[in-house]
Design a binder for this molecule. Structure first.
Ligand code: NAP
Ligand code: F7E
Length: 352
């Protein structure tokens, strides 16, 4: 049975990827970080919480990364853990540089020393293109386009992108960058704009809220469906040669359009509820991003299926169900008290 280590298994992509790989027959190991309230709800929600092995890792602590590699002895490593919220990177630029950028080197260096034959996936991002989206006049961006990052998050990810290439070219490690454009789902963090809109629209429908406060309505993004995107990560590591790939839908829509469509689903006019609030504006915001996934289609056989309208239907539908359940006295999925059963937590003590 192939062994895999996923950093950030508790996040949106980590939990979908864990399920995908478990279903493919992998023995799945994942890193989580110790929090005052455990954050395993996504794994529970997907029904795989009891099927994965959990190792506590703090990305700032190189020793914990070494320990995770020793405990899991992986053939494939998917590095997804990061401070992933662009807005927060303006609040904590130094910590974001460390956790989202430098930690990639901590992992690659540990792989180089301990398991250089392991294949490595790095979660790079469309945010690295930044201003290029505008310079190209809204044309879809591909693997050869220039990166002009516009946030501490994007700059940190660009560092991770290059260090991944440096370990590939310098040490012959099978290391790839997935340059993924925005991908969303009902498991998205609540502060990201798609889930924020879906959640508030559901509350407005049920009379639990009266308005939706947003920042830059003009920003355009290429939004895909997360469960489909994690498959592309796996495909990248199954190729004969390590290369980088853009993963996207090829369509750009504005935040305004997203809100308009979400309100349309519940039969209301978005303009009566959406208020622009400066608190959600960023010092710099990438105006427009759209991706060209033709290399992935050609080489990986990957193409997106769920597009803009269906994505919003899925997300609004799920939030409405959650809030209707709550009104009937049911718990939210993230409210369930969950601690991993003891046999699923791996610690250094096992190796002493
Ligand atoms: P996410 O939901 O925010 O998950 C991030 C994961 O990283 C969580 O498991 C989180 O743990 C963990 N983490 C954060 N800080 C950590 C630290 N200091 N030490 C250890 N673990 C830490 O992100 P996602 O949407 O799944 O994205 C996965 C990766 O792809 C990220 O690297 C993101 O930057 C990148 N990416 C995402 C998108 C997108 O549209 N979703 C697009 C391109 C690239 P907790 O659960 O404890 O917070
Ligand atoms: O913002 C605008 C905001 O925070 C999208 C991460 O997964 O994708 C994500 O980064 C757009 C921006 O995602 C609000 O200014 C307006 O223009 O949902 P977001 P993001 O910044 O694109 C990339 C690919 C990643 O790699 C990241 O990890 O929406 N916007 N009003 C708002 N955004 C938020 N969050 N909240 C608002 O109220």
């Amino acid at each position: 049975m192939k062994r895999v280590l996923i950093t950030g298994i508790t996040g949106q992509d980590g939990s979908y990827l864990a399920k995908f790989l478990f279903n493919k027959g992998y023995e799945v190991y994942g890193t989580y970080r110790r929090l005052s309230t455990p954050n395993f709800w996504r794994l529970e929600y997907l029904g795989i919480f009891e099927k994965v092995n959990l190792i506590s890792v703090e990305l700032g602590d190189a020793g914990s990364i070494v320990e995770a590699l020793k405990l899991s002895e992986p053939e494939e490593v998917y590095h997804l853990a990061a401070q992933s919220f662009v807005e927060a990177s303006f609040e904590s630029p130094v910590a974001t540089g460390d956790i989202t950028g430098l930690a990639t080197t901590r992992i690659l260096e540990a792989i180089r020393q301990l398991c250089p034959d392991a294949r490595f996936y790095n979660a790079a991002t469309s945010e690295m293109f930044g201003w290029t989206g505008v310079l190209k006049g809204g044309k879809p961006l591909n693997e050869d386009d220039v990166f002009r990052p516009m946030s501490p998050y994007a700059a940190a990810k660009l560092y991770g992108y290059w260090i991944t290439r440096i370990y590939r070219e310098g040490y012959g490690i099978f290391a790839v960058n997935g340059i993924l454009f925005n991908h969303e789902s009902p498991l998205r963090g609540l502060e990201f704009v798609t889930r924020k809109i879906a959640n508030e629209v559901a509350k407005i429908k049920l009379g639990l809220s009266k308005e939706l406060r947003l920042g830059n309505l003009d920003a355009k993004r290429d939004w895909g469906y997360a469960p489909e995107y994690v498959e592309s990560m796996w495909l990248m590591l199954q190729q004969a040669k390590p290369e980088d790939y853009v993963i996207a839908t090829g369509e750009a829509h504005s935040v305004r359009e997203f809100a308009e469509k979400a309100f349309e689903i519940i039969g209301l006019d978005w303009e009566e509820y959406v208020k622009v609030d400066r608190r959600f504006m960023r010092p710099l915001d990438v105006p427009s991003l759209v991706g060209d996934y033709s290399k992935a289609e050609r080489s990986l056989g990957w193409r997106p299926k769920v597009k803009f309208d269906e994505l919003i239907e899925i997300m609004v539908g799920e939030e409405v169900k959650r809030w209707e359940g709550w009104l009937k006295g049911e718990r939210f999925p993230w409210d369930a008290p969950n601690y991993p059963s003891e046999n699923r937590i791996l610690t250094r003590a096992l190796r002493m």
